[in-house]
Design a protein around this ligand. Sequence first.
Ligand SMILES: [Zn+2]
Length: 333
Amino acid sequence: MSLSHPLLYALPLSLLLSSCSLDSVKPDTSPSDSVAITSPIAIASTKQILSTLAADDMQGRQDGTVGGKKAAQYIEREFAAAGLSKWGGLSSYQQAYEIEGPEGPIATSNVIGFIAGKSRPDELVVFSAHYDHLGVEDSAEDTGKNKIYNGANDDASGVTALIQLAKYYQQRNDNERSIVFVAFSGEEAGGFGSQAFASSIDPDQVVAMFNIEMIGTPSKWGNDSAYITGYDKSDFGAILQKNLQGSNFKFHPDPYLDKDLFYRSDNATLAAQGVPAHTISTSKMDNEPYYHTVDDEIATLDIANMNAIIKAIALSATSIVNGDSTPTRIAKQ
Ligand SMILES: [Zn+2]
């Protein structure tokens, strides 16, 4: 989540599955059987991915830094290991672009993976999260204290969800619509990665965008719940909730409307172009003491709840990914 409204910055650049049920997927701890799916959103892998992204050697994953590049390469390896295709005409999973920085252009890239739809390949469902964060605190004084913004919640949690969902859908191999998985960079600097991505696609082809931001702490309603920004701008939220019928998970409308969250994350660019593009989050924006501090560490997160949220997102996307429902469009800006 960025501090300001990304659309205020100038652009510097030239989503199972019929009868899907998560219960039909065997966890990787179960005795092996004929089911090929081996890692259906297991807590152990959620923890492992999150730990890798939020480790000190990623140096706060800032755009244009060694740590930022390392994070991109890690996500790229995960997408390759999952078996995702490359996006559009790209020769790798990385979509390079530049951000106009105060001291010149900063080279960075989004990381994009793709699964072609079985029967409706031209209709795109986008899952996204941003992997960039704030780097290392700039201070000449060496006090021996932690200076690395690991951003475990912001937004290593969302990228972890993205990688888990990519593996999940690739293993299911039954999506009727195409699915695009995008790990954005440039978010904290002003949403530049999502602008670069949006300029490379036809927004009219995008049926829905699930942007995932800060799902590592329980929401204000407690476990098994999250909120959706811009809830009333389309029927995306209502569709997701309908797909969760029978589960105890609940999606609420964003309760922090005064914080303008709908316009402060990577859903904003495509939403402005009419796409039902929403952010799913649990972040208590009035009470999240580690937000944008060097103390945003894994130890402060609830990984079991986070894993339940990732499963709920997968289940909630069912009718959109399999083509049975199409969210209403958002008014273009
Ligand atoms: Zn942030």
